[in-house]
Design a protein around this ligand. Structure first.
Ligand SMILES: C[S@@+](CC[C@H](N)C(=O)[O-])C[C@H]1O[C@@H](n2cnc3c(N)ncnc32)[C@H](O)[C@@H]1O
Length: 310
């Protein structure tokens, strides 16, 4: 069964807002519909329809295994729900907070990702945990009019922000598509993309290795994986300054700007929970990627990892 929607802008925009606020599934059809259909798993449309009805956060059965949500110990199902709660709560202020918290540095980190992305005219790119769409928009500029980018995110309100932005810059319809999907259970067929990217998303996953295995699966042979993520400061004293700033200032800025201190407390704690540069590099290799390497940015506050499906 396959549901195809072609909507005029005037209907599409309000629909995005409604879908986002209800945490409903987003399925934005673009003019490269036939391309995308060949990338989607045959059962995806049914999954999307079912998920719409159930308003599922992505897991089929409750996951009772213990894991962490920041510094708390919770069940897997609770973690997914609480992570979705965080992003639903911050979605409308996400871009402003990114600039405030990083002093605009996130733009430089992302620029480095754009320059290293091995893409060009005609490339097909998947941006996982796409959020408000910065990465998708930057990569699309690099590919030009014949490139295609799919934004995917598990969170409806965040993906709605991304959809709004790709529409505003004229990429949708035509050069971009938005599909709600769990990064650990992607709705795309094997060997579909030339490049898979994820920025500041993977530390929120319930199962990081499952996510990496999915990125590997959907990449074409010869394809490139790039990940930006917070990591461990490697310069003397930077860790002390960074800890002081992030534990004291970030929750405070979050509270003042969004009224939601807890979400920003989670953000800081989730960064400390995520594997350091070296351990993450090994996880990427264990998922099957070759030629894996990383570079530190801002003294290791952020690391950019790359790997290839050969
Ligand atoms: C910090 S934001 C990053 C957004 C964007 N990539 C950027 O760099 O600005 C993290 C994103 O990860 C998404 N996310 C969290 N868990 C996810 C999962 N299991 N699958 C897909 N996306 C997920 C959140 O909804 C959120 O949009």
């Amino acid at each position: 069964m396959c549901l195809k929607l072609r909507l005029p802008r005037a209907i599409f925009l309000p629909l995005v807002a409604v879908c986002g606020s209800l945490h409903h599934i987003l399925l934005m059809r673009a003019s490269f519909l036939s391309d995308l259909d060949s990338m989607l798993r045959p059962d995806t449309m049914r999954i999307i329809m079912k998920t719409t009805i159930k308003q599922s956060a992505g897991s089929a059965a409750p996951d009772t295994k213990q894991t962490h949500f920041g510094y708390e110990t919770v069940s897997g199902s609770e973690k997914v729900q609480r992570v979705m709660g965080v992003f639903s709560s911050v979605a409308s202020q996400y871009d402003l907070m990114n600039d405030l918290m990083s002093g605009g540095m996130h733009r430089l980190w992302k620029r480095r990702l754009f320059s290293l992305a091995a893409i060009g005219a005609g490339s097909r790119v998947l941006d996982v945990a796409a959020g408000s769409g910065d990465i998708a928009i930057g990569l699309s500029k690099k590919m030009g009019a014949s490139g295609r980018v799919v934004l995917t995110d598990l969170n409806g309100p965040m993906l709605a922000e991304g959809a709004r932005r790709v529409i505003d810059v004229g990429l949708l319809p035509g050069r971009a598509d938005c599909i709600q999907s769990d990064g650990t259970r992607l709705s795309f067929a094997d060997n579909s993309f030339d490049c898979v990217t994820i920025a500041f998303g993977i530390r929120n996953f319930l199962d990081i290795s499952a996510g990496l295995a999915e990125f590997y699966r959907v990449l074409k042979p010869g394809g490139q994986f790039i990940c930006l993520e917070f990591s461990r400061p490697v310069l003397p004293l930077l860790d002390v300054i960074y800890d002081a700033y992030s534990f004291n200032m970030i929750p405070l800025i979050g509270e003042k700007v969004t009224g939601d201190r807890d979400s920003y407390q989670y953000l800081v704690e989730s960064i400390r929970r995520f594997p350091d540069q070296g351990r993450f590099e090994k996880l990427i290799s264990a998922a099957g990627f070759d030629l894996v390497k990383y570079e530190n940015m801002t003294g290791g506050v952020v690391a950019l990892h790359r790997g290839y499906k050969i």
